[in-house]
Write a protein that binds this ligand. Structure first.
Ligand SMILES: Cc1cc2nc3c(=O)[nH]c(=O)nc-3n(C[C@H](O)[C@H](O)[C@H](O)COP(=O)(O)OP(=O)(O)OC[C@H]3O[C@@H](n4cnc5c(N)ncnc54)[C@H](O)[C@@H]3O)c2cc1C
Ligand SMILES: NC(=O)c1ccc[n+]([C@@H]2O[C@H](COP(=O)([O-])OP(=O)(O)OC[C@H]3O[C@@H](n4cnc5c(N)ncnc54)[C@H](O)[C@@H]3O)[C@@H](O)[C@H]2O)c1
Length: 468
C-alpha cells in the first residue's frame, strides 16, 4: 500500500474507517480536513496525483499564473526573451513544488489525518475505493466531501484536439518554452491573463473571443479601456470570432476563424484552449453513491452544499458555483458548520463577492455594473475617473502604471454602494474594501471621507467618490 499512503503501509491496512473522507486536495477540502483533524476527528484525504497536493490553485492555477504575471513585467530589455522566460518558468515551478510539499506536510503532520495518494471512486453510498496502480484501498466514512475541482474544456473545433500545438493552461505552466506566436481561444479571465503575460515575456499573441467584445458583463467604458490596454500592449484581440478549424502545418498551426462571414487566419506555434473549465466528475462513480448531477454536469447541492445523498457534500468548482479559490474556501466554512457547528451558514449568506482578473493593471469588480443597476430600477449615481487623472493617488505614478479607469456605482436615494469596477494598479486590494463596505452598508460618503494610508491606491476613493 505504499503507493497510497505511508500511514496505511505502516499498519498494513487495506480498509479505513473515517469520520470524514475528503476526495480531492482543493482549497476547501484541505482546510476542512485540517480543521476537523485538529478537533480529533479521523479524517482521510484522497488526492489522485502527487503533483497536485494543495490542489489547482497552488500547482496549476492562481499562484503560478500570478507569479508569472508579476515576473513578466521585469524583463531586462537586452535579455533574450526565451532565455528569460525559461529562467522565470523554472523559478515558478520551483515555487509550486515548494508549496506542494508544504501542503502535503501540513496535512500529513496531523495525527488523525491520513493523506492517501490515489484515484477515488464511489462503490456505494458510504464507501469509496482508492486505486494507485495495482494497490487498492477501501474507505468508509460518516461524511464524504467531494472536492475534485474542474478540468479544462477543449471546444469541439475541427483539428484542435488533434493538433500537436494545442495546450491547456496546465500544459503551458508545466513547460519552459516561450511560444513565438500564441493563439488564445477564449478571452475570459484565464485567456486574458495568459495572453498578456506571454506578450510581456515577448511572444506575439492573438486572442480569439466568440463574444462581440471582451469583458461582456462590464459597462462599455470599462470594457473599452480594457481592450485599449491590451491592444496597446501589442496583443491582437479578435472579437466576435468563430474559430472554424485548426490545421497543423510544417511551420506550426493555422487557426482559421470567421467574423460575420469574413474569413481570417493566423499561423501560430501554440494554441491555448481558454474556453472554460467543467466540474471534474468523470470516473467518480457518483451513480453508485446516489449523487445527482445538474444539467451542466456539476454535483447538484442545496444551500448547505449537501448532495442528493445526504452523507455527501460537494465543495469548490465541482458543485458548479463560481470557480474561485476563495469560494472553495467559503464552501468549507458552510460544510464545517454542518458537521461541527450550528448548521445555519449557507450559500445564501454570500453578498458582494469580489473578483479580480490579474492582467496588468488588474481589473477588479464587485456588485452591480451601472447598466445592471439601472436595469434593476435603482436611481443611480456614478463616480468614474481615469487613473491617470486621479491627483490624490500618486501610487500609480510611483509604480509607473497609470492606465485604467476606476468606477463606482451608488444608489442616489440611499447613498449605498451598489457596485464597482476598478481597472487600475492595486485594484485587487482596493476591491476588498469596497466589498466590505457593501456588505456592511457603509455609505459612499463614509467611504469618500475615510482616512487611508498614503501613498496607496485606496486613497483614490477620497477623490473619485468626491465626483458624486
Ligand atoms: C490557470 C488558472 C488560474 C486561476 N487563477 C485564479 C485566481 O487568480 N484566483 C482565484 O480565486 N481562482 C483562480 N483560478 C480558479 C481556482 O484555481 C479554482 O477555482 C480553485 O482552485 C478550485 O479549487 P477546488 O477546491 O474546487 O479544487 P481543486 O484545487 O481544483 O482540487 C481538486 C483536486 O482533486 C483532485 N482529484 C480530482 N479527481 C479526483 C479523484 N477521483 N480522486 C482523487 N483526487 C481527485 C485533483 O487532482 C485536484 O488536486 C484559476 C484557475 C486556473 C486553471
Ligand atoms: N483571476 C481569476 O480569478 C481567474 C483566473 C483564471 C481563471 N479563473 C477561473 O477559471 C475558470 C476558467 O476560466 P476561463 O477564462 O477559461 O473561462 P470563462 O468561462 O470565464 O471564459 C471563457 C471565455 O471563452 C469564450 N469562448 C467560449 N467558447 C469559445 C470558442 N469556441 N471560441 C472563442 N471563444 C470562446 C467565452 O465567451 C468566454 O469569454 C473561470 O471560471 C474563472 O473564474 C479565475
Amino acid at each position: 500500500m505504499t503507493a497510497l499512503t505511508d500511514k496505511t503501509a505502516a499498519e498494513g491496512d487495506a480498509a479505513l474507517q473515517a469520520d470524514l473522507l475528503v476526495i480531492g486536495f482543493g482549497k476547501g477540502g484541505k482546510t476542512l480536513a485540517s480543521a476537523l483533524g485538529r478537533k480529533g476527528q479521523r479524517v482521510v484525504l484522497v488526492e489522485q496525483s502527487d503533483q497536485m497536493y494543495g490542489g489547482t490553485c497552488i500547482n496549476i492555477g492562481c499562484v503560478p499564473t500570478k507569479a508569472l504575471v508579476h515576473r513578466s513585467g521585469e524583463r531586462p530589455g537586452a535579455d533574450d526573451p526565451a532565455v528569460w522566460f525559461e529562467k522565470n518558468a523554472r523559478d515558478v515551478q520551483d515555487l509550486t513544488a515548494f508549496l506542494n510539499q508544504k501542503n502535503y506536510a501540513m496535512l500529513d503532520g496531523i495525527d488523525t489525518v491520513t493523506v492517501v495518494t490515489g484515484k477515488a471512486r464511489f462503490l456505494g453510498p458510504e464507501t469509496v475505493e482508492v486505486r494507485a496502480g495495482d494497490d487498492r484501498l477501501l474507505v468508509s466514512a460518516g461524511a464524504i466531501v467531494v472536492n475534485t475541482g474542474a478540468v479544462p474544456v477543449v471546444p469541439p473545433i475541427p483539428g484542435l484536439r488533434e493538433s500537436a500545438h494545442l495546450a491547456t493552461s496546465t500544459d503551458l505552466l508545466r513547460g519552459t518554452e516561450l511560444p513565438r506566436h500564441l493563439a488564445v481561444i477564449g478571452g475570459g479571465p484565464l485567456g486574458l491573463e495568459f495572453a498578456q503575460m506571454y506578450r510581456r515575456f515577448g511572444s506575439e499573441v492573438t486572442v480569439l473571443e466568440s463574444s462581440p467584445r471582451l469583458a461582456g458583463r462590464e459597462d462599455d467604458d470599462i470594457a473599452g479601456t480594457l481592450a485599449a490596454i491590451l491592444t496597446g500592449d501589442g496583443i491582437r484581440v479578435v472579437t466576435g470570432a468563430s474559430v472554424t478549424e485548426v490545421e497543423d502545418t510544417e511551420g506550426g498551426a493555422i487557426v482559421r476563424y470567421e467574423i460575420e462571414g469574413t474569413k481570417g487566419e493566423v499561423l501560430v506555434d501554440r494554441v491555448l484552449a481558454a474556453t472554460g473549465r467543467r466540474p471534474a466528475t468523470n470516473g467518480l462513480g457518483l451513480d453508485a453513491a446516489g449523487v445527482e448531477l445538474t444539467e451542466r454536469g456539476a454535483i447538484a447541492v442545496d444551500e448547505h452544499l449537501r448532495a442528493s445523498n445526504p452523507r455527501v457534500f460537494a465543495i469548490g468548482d465541482v458543485n458548479g458555483g463560481p470557480q474561485f479559490t476563495y469560494i472553495s474556501l467559503d464552501d468549507h466554512r458552510i460544510v464545517a458548520d454542518q458537521l461541527v457547528g450550528s448548521g445555519r451558514r449557507s450559500t445564501a449568506d454570500r453578498r458582494a463577492v469580489p473578483t479580480t482578473t490579474f492582467i496588468t493593471p488588474p481589473l477588479s469588480t464587485v456588485g452591480l455594473t451601472e447598466k445592471a443597476a439601472r436595469e434593476a430600477g435603482h436611481n443611480v449615481k456614478v463616480a468614474a475617473k481615469p487613473v491617470a487623472q486621479i491627483a490624490a493617488m500618486p501610487r500609480a505614478r510611483i509604480v509607473g502604471e497609470t492606465r485604467g479607469l476606476f468606477k463606482v456605482v451608488v444608489d442616489a436615494d440611499t447613498d449605498l454602494v451598489l457596485g464597482a469596477a476598478l481597472l487600475g494598479t492595486d485594484s485587487q486590494e482596493m476591491i476588498n474594501t469596497i466589498a466590505l463596505a457593501i456588505r456592511h452598508d457603509v455609505t459612499a460618503t463614509e467611504l469618500r471621507d475615510a482616512i487611508y494610508t498614503h501613498p496607496s491606491a485606496t486613497e483614490a476613493l477620497n477623490e473619485v467618490l468626491g465626483l458624486l
